[in-house]
Write a protein that binds this ligand. Structure first.
Ligand code: URA
Length: 193
């Protein structure tokens, strides 16, 4: 199947998904935004209220901060990245997705990775790190350390929701560390060319 048709088929199949109970509370299945031809894929946790309403990942306050951090590292969130989540439907009250919900949604994520074939993954927050690599370690220790998933380099970073609560950009603080992690991602992409 041609690439665009395969993406459209994936979005359509996702939109009718009933694989877990989150289907009951959602307004929309939030599949992706950005560029499916990008070499970089960002994977977050799950949609929040605004994402559920608008049908796109990372469009609320966390998303705005993520966009700013990417831009500061020389990356445009819509041109240079394909953005999705470990879980595609909003958990009630924005709670963390359960292990069962992550497992139920995993085939969609695998399908997205198989279609987009990113060279680099950014795992946005501890839940994405767990969803993709099964690593439960503290994000404060694992962020900034390259990992590998199916031969692709993966960079775990702090979740922007955490950075919104920790606003200092002083050297060595979480925002500054995240900026540095995203610069490392950009440099890695440039080196791979
Ligand atoms: N947080 C996430 O992890 N994903 C979104 O899409 C929005 C907020």
């Amino acid at each position: 199947m041609a690439f665009q048709a395969a993406l459209a088929a994936l979005a359509h199949e996702c939109s009718t998904c009933q694989r877990c109970p989150l289907a009951q509370g959602r307004q929309q299945v939030v599949v992706s935004r950005g560029n499916p031809l990008a070499r970089l894929m960002l994977i977050g946790e799950a949609p929040g209220a605004q994402e559920d309403e608008l049908g796109q990942p990372f469009v609320g306050r966390s998303g705005q901060l993520l966009d700013q951090l990417l831009a500061a590292a020389g990356l445009d969130s819509n041109q240079d990245a394909y953005i999705c989540n470990g879980v595609k439907c909003r958990p009630p009250g924005n709670r963390k997705p359960t292990a069962l919900e992550l497992a139920a949604c995993r085939p969609w994520l695998q399908h997205q990775i198989a279609l987009v074939q990113p060279q680099v993954l950014v795992l946005v927050g501890a839940t994405a790190l767990q969803a993709v690599l099964g690593l439960k370690g503290p994000i404060s220790q694992l962020r900034g350390q390259w990992q590998f998933f199916e031969g692709r380099a993966c960079m775990p970073i702090f979740h922007p929701a955490y950075l919104l609560r920790n606003g200092s950009s002083q050297p060595g603080r979480p925002r500054d560390l995240t900026r540095a992690d995203l610069v490392a991602v950009r440099e890695h992409l440039l080196a791979l060319r």
